[in-house]
Each structure stands twice: as C-alpha cells, then as structure tokens.
Write a protein that binds this ligand. Structure first.
Ligand code: HEC
Length: 157
C-alpha cells in the first residue's frame, strides 16, 4: 500500500516537472516567432517556407498601406486603368532598359529625373504633363514593398 502511494507521488512529481519544463520550452522558443531570413540562407523545410510566406505577406500588407496612403490618389488601385497618373501594371517592362536604381530614383524624386533628361522620365513627362510629387522619405525597402504590392495585384486582375 505504502509502496503504491510512493509510486503515485513520484508519478505526480514527474508530471509536474514535465509541465514546468514544457512551459519553459514554449516561452523560450515560441513557434510563431519570426526571424528575418537571408534570401537563400536556409533549407526549405516546411517551417521555413511558411516563415518566408509570412514575411512576404507582411511586406505585401506594408506595400498595400503605403500605396493607399501615397500613390492611390493618382494611380488606379486596379493597376490596369489610367487615372491622373498611368496604370502601373507592367512598369517593370517599361523600365527594363534602365538600371533598377532609376525606377527607385524616379519614385523618390521624379522631377529631378526629368531635369536630368532621363529618357523614360522625359517620355512620361511629355505624355502626362503632371508632376508626380517626390517621396524622398521612402526607404528602399518601402519602395520594394510597394512594387511587390503592384506586382501581386497586377497578376490577380
Ligand atoms: C499627384 C499624383 C501622383 C501621385 C500621388 C503618385 N504619382 Fe506616380 N505618376 C504620376 C504621374 C502624372 C505620372 C506620369 C509621369 C509624370 O507626368 O510625371 C506618374 C508616373 C509614375 C511611374 C512611371 C510609370 C511608367 O509607366 O513608367 C511610376 C512607377 C509611379 N508613378 C509610381 C508611383 C508610386 C509608387 C507612387 C506612390 C509612392 C506614386 N507614383 C504617386 C502621378 C502621381
């Protein structure tokens, strides 16, 4: 009888310790923590794929809110029809002849590009005759997020 009671006591102690250990593990390594991944750094385990797609959707959401706040007043959010400014679907093809920085510079300060007689800037200016405001406060990764958003919406429609 006493032997049995000790067994049950031991078992309960074991259960208690296991629970405490588990709680510690969950606190220390939350499974939904998102750490930035360098491109191509890691093996594509399903967890990493999920993390990457979580990061991509965070970037997409960031691009969406920046686009709505700063671009949507002139660029149609369906990306297909012109508004005050041109439809943005297919922008990459139209800028493909120039280094990637040119497009970023255009978004940051289009009038400077026109003043510097960049061929694409001159063409756009001739056609639309409306100055796009400069967005010098946008960081490189803000612009990348906006472009990702434009790409995804263009593909959807
Ligand atoms: C006040 C209106 C206005 C706003 C706001 C605006 N744009 Fe524009 N955008 C234009 C106009 C007009 C043009 C055509 C060129 C010109 O006349 O300057 C243009 C051209 C462009 C082009 C070149 C398209 C092509 O086919 O080459 C891109 C890319 C672009 N805008 C991106 C953006 C982004 C990104 C934002 C937000 C951060 C933005 N624009 C905000 C008016 C605007």
């Amino acid at each position: 009888m006493l032997h049995k009671q000790i067994d049950i006591f031991n078992f309960l102690v074991f259960l208690f310790l296991a629970t405490v250990l588990y709680a510690f593990a969950v606190l220390l390594f939350p499974s939904n923590s998102i750490e930035p991944l360098e491109d191509g750094c890691c093996i594509n385990t399903s967890e990493n794929i999920q993390r990457k797609s979580t990061l991509a959707s965070i970037k997409f959401q960031k691009g969406k809110s920046l686009f709505k706040a700063k671009c949507a007043s002139c660029h149609n959010k369906n990306m297909k029809d012109d508004l005050t400014g041109p439809a943005l679907a297919g922008y990459a093809t139209r800028w493909a002849a120039y280094p990637k920085e040119d497009l970023f510079l255009w978004i940051k300060n289009s009038s400077k590009m026109i003043a510097n007689k960049h061929p694409r800037a001159l063409l756009l200016w001739k056609k639309y005759k409306v100055l796009m405001p400069s967005f010098s406060s946008l960081e490189e990764n803000d612009i990348e997020a906006i472009l990702l958003y434009i790409d995804e919406i263009s593909e959807l429609r």
